[in-house]
Design a protein around this ligand. Sequence first.
Ligand SMILES: [Zn+2]
Length: 318
Amino acid sequence: MKREKKYYTNYSRSNSKKRDIHLPKRKRRKSARFNVKKILLLLIIIACAAGCFKLINAYRSNEEAKNKTKIEENQVQADKKKSQKVIGQKEDAKRKYGVDAQKVWNALNTYDYDNGGKKQVFLTFDDGPSLTNTPNILKTLKDNDVKATFFVIGKSLKMNGAADILKQEYNEGMAIANHSYSHDYKFLYPGRVLNMANYTSDFDKNAQLIKTCLGFDFETRVYRCPGGQISWQKTEPLNEYMIKNNKASIDWNALNSDAEGPKKNADQLYQHAVESSKGKNLVVLLMHDTYGKEETAKYLDSIIKYYKNAGYEFKTLY
Ligand SMILES: [Zn+2]
């Protein structure tokens, strides 16, 4: 035993092979088994580490894929929202009642009121919303289950409470159109000649105000010149502007005369509207829902019934 110990202690640790040679057979086998065990353990540890590393990597790439999908989904939603701009009127009402304003504009410009034999009336109200007459007009429209187009002006819209009425018009399926901010003839048409820069700045200002009331995804293509485009000179650039910007400048081809001449009562308004609609399948009827137009609110029910009995469909402009 003493000799064995001596052998063992005489050899350095780095010289283990040589050392084992001098060990007895049984001891050498034990040492070899111990080394195999150590190698196996090391291999197991390496395998475990590799497995863990693989798992972590798989988890990481799974998380990355999830995040990527989430970002892509958000992008799709954002794009969808962008393409979901509201043009002129609520979608469901537009599908049922809406007519492309550019087509109506063309028909009015060419005095083509035959409309392919189809009887259609567009009730249009200018200069509102008013706190006095617009709510009554909306009630009559609702009671008769018909829609109209409201040509709003900024001057009316900025008054306290008017934004809520505009929202009501929109929520009840009415079409919303732009009739300028100022309604100021001298600013828009100095010397009776259209000033394009003043026109665009004034209409843009109103468009922004409408957006602040109805939401920034809303815009309207339908414009109407205060006083009617036909009343002013050198309006050709306006036509180019409308075509270039996919908008339409709509006047009218019938009216109840609630803004012309002496003040009229409800019966007289009715007679004027009926008279100016005669012989036309396509009727764009000019009316006003602003302050002082109580007789228009009163006569509305009777003129709606007249068009219904005459077989007209009620349409809106978008
Ligand atoms: Zn007006």
